[in-house]
Write a protein that binds this ligand. Structure first.
Ligand code: AMP
Length: 469
């Protein structure tokens, strides 16, 4: 089977209902959610009669021109940003997916990762279903399209009662938009209001600021909200309840710091992680330097709690994509140098604490430590504002398989040697939860514990997929 899992992770979704400029507003929301996916973007809009789609590979600003947006008339629209991965990057996989069903056209965009889509797809194919993409999101569409239920919401619920995994969905038909979040609430999804009271849904609240919309609340785990027809709005909880397990890694790394996610401002949580890290893993040093951009809030927290000066000892070139996204190892090593450059006069002769949000493969940090030493640092102490990443995520964060996760293969002293640091300190699991102000178990921290709140039915197939990348 072609690239199933690799297409569906770490994305951003947005929807607007009841506004004459729906597609334009969704475009802006996608712009604000660009950090959640840089490989492709798409919008589907409805004018009440027809659903039209514009989508392509690249950044939001590259995919949409004024002409393309003008070709998306109508008062409702949904949109999607896709995270970059290798393979399976064909246009047929760019979301929102759009399908003709017996109830009319249906479009869907998905953030998250299903854990039983491979099995479901196999059985659907055996029954004669023809898939148009290699994306697991199409399983939801196919199931909804087959449902005998007369209404869109009913057929979607029937589909969702069969799929397992992480999903935040925005769905469109001619007159309605549906927003849905899985019962575990793995990924974030927020509801806001435009100045005229029209609803807007987005993966993160930072999208609302750009639209002049007010953040209203999170879409709750297991909640399904139907917007339309007209100004109608219905919320329901049609699926069996689960113990919510929002993703703690959204706080550590993924969400934008200016967003409010799972009830708390991300920036404040990140600074708290840095403060806790300074208490647990102090360092004798002269200067705290963040690895920009992701390490900045934690480094500010660290410096504050440690009583150490803080400065931007590494300058980031903002016109380079995230190094993590580069598919080939060779390019990634090179990429660090392209992306980060030390500020020599801040670093030379000093004992530096380098703060970053996480170590995944460890390759980036090894390179950064080398750069900082070359710039004349006397000592380099690395501090990481989360625990060691031990297990892959199957719920929508793109982590490599265990074999590639440095902390799954090595002890902390071995990692310290490999990255060439004078000392290395991670935040503890308890410390991370204390900083987030939740108890262990309230959030999904499977990447740090290997304790998966929802059984990963297709684990072998999903792991194989990652190995092939
Ligand atoms: P590496 O250890 O070389 O694999 O890269 C780790 C860096 O990538 C960290 O500093 C994070 O800022 C960033 N990172 C962590 N997790 C992810 C992810 N799932 N996708 C993209 N970047 C990530």
């Amino acid at each position: 089977m072609r690239g199933m899992a690799d297409l569906l992770e770490k994305c951003g979704v947005a929807a607007v209902h009841g506004h004459a400029e729906a597609a334009n507003l969704v475009y802006l929301a996608l712009y604000a959610l660009q950090h959640r996916g840089q490989e492709a973007a798409g919008i589907v809009a409805s004018d009440g009669g027809e659903l039209r789609r514009a989508a392509g590979r690249g950044l939001v600003a590259e995919v949409f021109t004024p002409e393309r947006l003008a070709g998306l008339p109508g008062a409702l629209a949904i949109g999607h940003n896709r995270y970059a991965t290798a393979g399976g990057a064909g246009l047929e996989n760019v979301q929102p997916l759009l399908m003709q069903t017996k109830r009319g056209p249906l479009a869907l965009a998905h953030n998250g990762n299903l854990v039983n889509a491979v099995s479901l797809r196999r059985s659907l194919e055996q029954e004669g279903a023809v898939f148009h993409s290699s994306s697991d999101t199409e399983v939801i569409l196919q199931l909804a399209a087959r449902s005998a239920r007369p209404d869109l919401a009913g057929s979607l619920v029937e589909a969702l009662s069969l799929v397992r995994g992480a999903y935040c969905l925005v769905v469109a038909e001619r007159e309605c938009v549906i927003a849905a979040r899985d019962p575990y609430g793995f990924r974030p999804l927020s509801l806001g209001r435009l100045p005229g009271g029209e609803p807007v849904v987005a993966s993160e609240s930072c999208a609302f600021d750009l639209l002049g919309a007010q953040f209203e609340r999170d879409v709750a785990p297991g909640e399904l909200i139907v917007f339309g027809p007209g100004r109608e709005e219905r919320s329901s909880f049609p699926l069996p309840k689960a113990a919510p397990a929002p993703c703690i890694f959204e706080y550590v790394y993924f969400a934008r710091p200016d967003s409010q996610v799972f009830g708390r401002p991300v920036s404040a949580v990140r600074r708290g992680l840095g403060e806790q890290l300074a208490l647990e893993q102090p360092a004798e040093a002269d200067l705290v330097v963040p690895v920009p951009d992701s390490g900045v809030p934690a480094a500010i927290g660290f410096a504050r709690a440690a009583g150490l000066p803080f400065d931007f000892g590494l300058t980031r070139n903002h016109y380079v994509g995230r190094t993590f996204i580069e598919p080939a190892q060779a390019i990634r090593h090179f990429g660090v140098k392209v992306k980060l450059n030390p500020v020599r006069e801040l670093i030379a002769g000093r004992r530096i604490v380098l703060v970053d949000d996480s170590l995944v493969r460890g390759t980036t940090m090894a390179k950064i430590v080398q750069l900082v030493r070359q710039a004349g640092a006397r000592e380099v102490h690395v501090r990481i504002s989360c625990p060691p990443t031990l297990s892959p995520c199957f719920y929508g964060i793109d982590t490599p398989t265990e074999e590639e996760l440095i902390a799954a293969r090595m002890s902390v002293p071995e990692i310290r040697m490999t990255i060439g640091a004078d000392s290395l300190g991670y935040l503890s699991l308890q410390g991370m939860h204390r900083a987030v102000r939740v108890s262990v178990g309230d959030f999904c921290s499977a990447c740090f514990t290997g304790d998966y709140p929802l059984a990963v039915t297709d684990r072998a197939a999903l792991s194989e997929e990652r190995r092939r990348r």
